[in-house]
Design a protein around this ligand. Structure first.
Ligand code: SAH
Length: 343
């Protein structure tokens, strides 16, 4: 049976008559949170059984949940083949964030990221991406808060390496008859897959773009992020300069601060020169340490100094708060910690 969450409304409409049934079903699934056709009382009773035989409406199961002392929650979500997707819910007073994965593992092998050590197991389907959002929403946001969240594609995987499924998932989440997520509430983060960035620029509906930089010269970035050997910094930045932005919209650059590797004043100055004049802001992410990785987190004073150099160079820079460290939920820490050794 085909999962209904893999389906855009237009596709559903083509298989249904009258086609507005697809709108009724989308509202039932994404706005009323119904989990079976029998409860969709606006559909003719006679049609419900036929639909139920064709479409799978079940959400995947939460295999485990880890709760951080700071309120962050990490979910291991069991998919139909037993693989586990990781999803993180980050509560904040006015702006909750749901961080979703686009792949199981990742092919890019960035040297400071635990997911990178895993290699790529497989891509996630559109439905497997969409249902991460639905589960995190239903587990955490009831009542009037149900729509108070942003989505970031910053979990496991490189979203632009799974382009078609990721974009399909974004269209489903964006559908006004469904979850109705505005594009300004969705951020796609990429390690710099140039062809994907160029393709994204051509789309009708475009989410916010974040580029993981972490290294301001090709020499440094080649070491840290092997993808830079294929798509060097200057080419990625050229594509970003051409990227269509709305009024006052900016591109986010993520920059991981690694002690003695990317955190010097010289690095900060190079970064200022790279980003000069661009509608950009920088999120500094102090390295999240892990036993398996040899890097260290810089001291608070070098983090502050780095930020200051950017600010003085007129580059807006924010230090990302460390969240969910105690449950391996922070950036770069998603590696199936807590999953059973054998599936
Ligand atoms: N592949 C995409 C999506 C993953 S996002 C991308 O690279 O953008 C994950 C973010 O966490 C990236 O900005 C990455 O640079 C950052 N990150 C990875 N490992 C980290 C670590 N150990 N500590 C802090 N940030 C890390």
């Amino acid at each position: 049976m085909k999962s209904i969450y893999d389906c855009e409304r237009a596709e559903l409409a083509r298989s249904l008559s009258p086609s507005y049934r697809s709108t009724q079903i989308f509202k039932s699934l994404y706005q009323r949170w119904l989990g079976n056709f029998e409860d969709m009382t606006d559909l003719p009773r006679a049609e419900r059984a036929g639909l139920a035989a064709e479409w799978d409406l079940r959400l995947p199961e939460v295999h485990r949940r880890f709760d951080s002392t700071d309120g962050t929650r990490r979910y291991l979500i069991r998919l139909h083949d037993g693989e586990l997707a990781e999803t993180v819910f980050l509560p904040e007073e006015h702006r909750n964030t749901i961080c979703i994965s686009s792949q199981i593992g990742c092919a890019l092998a960035c040297s400071f990221c635990l997911t990178g050590l895993m290699g790529l197991t497989r891509h996630l389907s559109a439905g497997e991406i969409v249902t991460q959002v639905l589960l995190a929403q239903r587990e955490n946001l009831a009542g009037e808060l149900r729509d108070s969240f942003n989505i970031v594609l910053m979990g496991m995987g490189e979203p632009l390496h799974n382009y078609d499924n990721v974009m399909q998932a974004i269209r489903i989440l964006h559908d006004p008859e469904g979850l109705n997520m505005s594009m300004s509430r969705i951020t796609l983060s990429t390690a710099g897959m140039l062809p994907g960035i160029e393709r994204l620029a051509q789309e009708d509906d475009i989410p916010n773009l974040a580029i993981s930089l972490t290294g301001s010269t090709n020499a440094k970035r080649n070491e840290l992020m092997p993808i830079n050997r294929k798509y060097p910094i200057e080419d990625v930045l050229d594509a970003v300069k051409r990227f269509p932005l709305k009024h006052r919209q900016r591109v986010t650059f993520e920059y991981v601060l690694l002690k003695g590797v990317t955190d010097s004043v010289e690095d900060a100055r190079t970064l200022v020169r790279l980003l000069a004049g661009m509608p950009a802001k920088v999120n500094l992410i102090p390295f999240n340490e892990a036993e398996e990785l040899q890097y260290r987190r810089p001291s608070e004073s070098s983090i502050a100094r780095f930020q200051e150099v950017l600010q003085r160079g007129n580059v807006d820079a924010f230090v990302r708060k460390n969240r969910g460290n105690d449950i391996s939920a922070a950036c770069g820490q998603l590696k199936h910690k807590g999953a059973p050794a054998a599936k």
